[in-house]
Design a protein around this ligand. Structure first.
Ligand SMILES: *Cc1c(COP(=O)(O)O)cnc(C)c1O
Ligand SMILES: [Zn+2]
Length: 438
């Protein structure tokens, strides 16, 4: 069954392996790439699919030399960005000195007003990743992919993007002196297009949706035109994906080296959710947090809900959908990590749920009104799903709960376009009184 899910990767994997020259690279504690399906191992390189079964490859590590207390001290003494976790990431030890956009260590906001409104008593937190350099969580994964690109000798960075990734790649490439050429659906929000274009790289709009863009990039990788390109979410995907672990590390460290009981995570490809789980598992194994149960909840928009549809139907295969939602950053109709998300939600006792576009807008306004955080539509999805799951009794209000906001509302202004002036008045007190504002 798993093999059938992966059929589409077959030709891409073979092409990529054929053009890869093996080199010895220093990626710190990373030792190999390991297949998530069959465990087959290959040396670290710009490959992403298993040559035996076409399953996705992920980074394997050797953490055996670490002493828990020494590691904790080293992390706490590290920089206020993702590189404080360099000992747990596929990067060289001296990564903090290299030109990178150094994302991470974003605020974990104790959301007491929102908690009151939603009836949460066990502690509600918003992990606000809009505080990253290009205002989305994507800076974490790109920072990671950039180091891999450097190690493998790529000079051009590329990606297929639902918007935020394009901006993150453009900024990281500019800072590190790479060329960038990124691909997006042509009809994205203006805020996302400008944010991606301003860094001076090439930005190409594709006539189609994200899944079309992604297919195009897979073809480009196998073509001489794409030779020597590091596609952060294709041939560098195993490295890229590890960047999401830092969300799990930060949340636990910011809670005082404690696991949250419940985490609500948005799903586009599902990569972020699976790596948050991997990060939590690593902290448990390393003894940095107490081994207690935690539940991971996935959030989608109804107009692109292939994973929540499969979850609710009890399926373990995800059927692709054609996206139609204002949550464009999450609009991946054929999510690569969908089956793994289902496994994790079920294993941890979590769930996957979706909300309508109207509920997304309401949730954006709710978060803004209660906590002063202006989320993009993806944040409206997680807050909306949190509210829905609390009302359904699926999320436990007495437990410590962390909700992710992964992007900035300034990039998706259209979603709340109805919001505006309370009144327009002449610059006189009379006019002010007439408007009923005194
Ligand atoms: C890309 C993105 C996500 C999730 O991405 P995955 O592909 O599931 O890892 C979540 N929120 C925002 C704002 C994004 O841009
Ligand atoms: Zn395999």
């Amino acid at each position: 069954m798993r093999k059938m899910r992966r059929k589409g990767l077959a030709s891409m994997a073979v092409q990529t392996v054929a053009t890869t020259s093996e080199s010895t690279v220093d990626l710190g504690p990373a030792t190999a790439l390991s297949c998530r399906e069959c465990g087959h191992r290959v040396p670290l390189g710009p490959v992403f699919a298993c040559e035996e079964c076409f399953g996705p490859l992920e980074i394997a590590y050797d953490f055996s030399a670490y002493d828990t207390e020494e590691l904790r001290r080293r992390i706490e003494a590290g920089p206020a960005n993702i590189w404080r976790y360099a000992p747990l990431l596929p990067v060289p030890a001296d990564v903090a000195g290299k030109p990178n956009i150094n994302p991470g260590w974003t605020k974990l906001v104790k959301a007491d007003n929102l908690a009151r409104e939603l009836g949460v008593t066990g502690g509600l937190y918003v992990k606000d990743d809009s505080g990253n350099p290009t205002h989305s969580f994507k800076d974490r994964v790109v920072a990671q992919a950039l180091e891999a690109a450097r190690a493998f000798g790529f000079t051009t960075l590329s990606c297929s993007s639902t918007g935020n990734l394009a901006g993150a790649v453009g900024a990281a490439a500019a800072r590190a002196g790479f060329r960038s050429c990124v691909f997006i659906p042509h009809d994205l929000e203006q805020g996302k297009i400008v944010m991606a274009a301003v860094y001076g790289g090439e930005l190409v709009g594709i006539e189609g949706n994200y899944d079309d863009v992604n297919r195009f990039c897979s073809e480009l990788i196998g073509d001489p035109a794409g030779e020597g390109w590091g596609f952060v979410n294709v041939n560098l995907r195993p490295y890229y994906a590890e960047g999401s672990k830092t969300l799990a590390y930060e949340i636990c460290e910011q809670l005082g080296w404690r696991l949250p009981d419940q985490i609500v995570v948005p799903i586009a490809s599902g990569s972020q959710l699976t790596k948050i789980d991997k990060g939590l598992q690593e902290l448990i194994k390393l003894g940095l947090v107490e081994d207690r149960p935690y539940k991971i909840f996935g959030a989608q928009a109804e107009g692109c809900s292939p994973v929540s549809t499969a979850f609710k139907a009890g399926h373990d295969v995800v059927r692709p959908q054609k996206p139609n939602t204002i949550a464009k950053s999450l609009a991946i109709g054929n999510p690569a990590d969908g089956p793994y998300v289902l496994d994790i939600a079920r294993r941890t006792g979590g769930a996957v749920e979706d909300v309508t576009d109207e509920q997304v807008v309401d949730a954006i306004k709710l978060l803004a009104r209660t906590e002063g955080i202006f989320a993009e539509t993806a944040g409206g999805v997680t807050v909306g799903v949190t509210r829905k799951l609390l009302e359904a009794g699926v999320l436990d209000p007495a437990k410590t709960t962390v909700v992710l906001n992964t992007g900035d509302g300034l990039k998706t202004l259209d979603a709340v376009a109805g919001t505006g002036l309370t009144a327009t008045i002449r610059p006189t007190l009379d006019s002010f009184r007439e408007a009923g504002l005194a």
